[in-house]
Design a protein around this ligand. Sequence first.
Ligand code: PAF
Length: 283
Amino acid sequence: MSAGPLIARTVPTLRRALDNLRKRNATVALVPTMGALHDGHVSLVRLAKRRAGRVVVSIFVNPTQFAPTEDFGAYPRTWKADIARLAAEDVDIVWHPGVKAMYPEGFATRIVPEGPALAGLEDRFRPHFFGGVATVVGKLFTQCRPDVAIFGEKDFQQLRVVAQMARDLDLGVKVIGSRTVRERDGLAMSSRNVYLSADERQTATMLFRAMKESAGRIRAGEPIAPAMARGAEMIKAAGFALDYFELRHAEMLVPVTSSGDGPLRILVAAKLGTTRLIDNIAV
Ligand code: PAF
């Protein structure tokens, strides 16, 4: 283990630290996070280390991607534990700006993504979300100028939005998706899982089971509509309020009508009590 990552809280400090890394010709990977790190984030960091010589992890709970009714205030903040985890992974730099460093007085520019950001999935229920994500990730990319950036596949639409933005704006960064890390019972790891009560935590595993059920039926040749309806029923019967349970083209995120229209992805979002969970699997 090293002495720990260099922690940058201002853009000039970050730039100096990055210049030092680059003087030694290091390639740089960025792992953008909002902290509250779990094993899923650690897997992103490990993939980053395989893809570049040096790793920067950003920790910033981005207010612009939360609606006023959402959990910005309550979002878990576990700074000390996060830094200990990143030190154990030999991360080089932690970029941890305050809200004023990221959005200084007078800030007036936003990135408004289209294409996958308007696929009718998360955007239908969180219309503010991808504008906030694209703007902050656009800033993180220009601040850190990474060669590669790693995003979890758990936020599948976000991964597509960010990859499209990097291409469209010639940001010079290769966006790489990293496999979802799951608990032993299949629940996708998420910083928001801490909101679940013990009972909800048991029920939460139904999302993965329902996706697997529908995927299995589609693979076995069952028509899409009844196969997807079965998964949706399982989720509702378990007590979730379902936002969507959809089969989409894995690249374009457009709806599909035949299992030959692949590659296919099932994506789900549902609320258990006050906790909203999202997940997805390949078919
Ligand atoms: O996925 C997240 O944790 C966030 O949406 C991200 C990409 C760090 C932007 O704030």
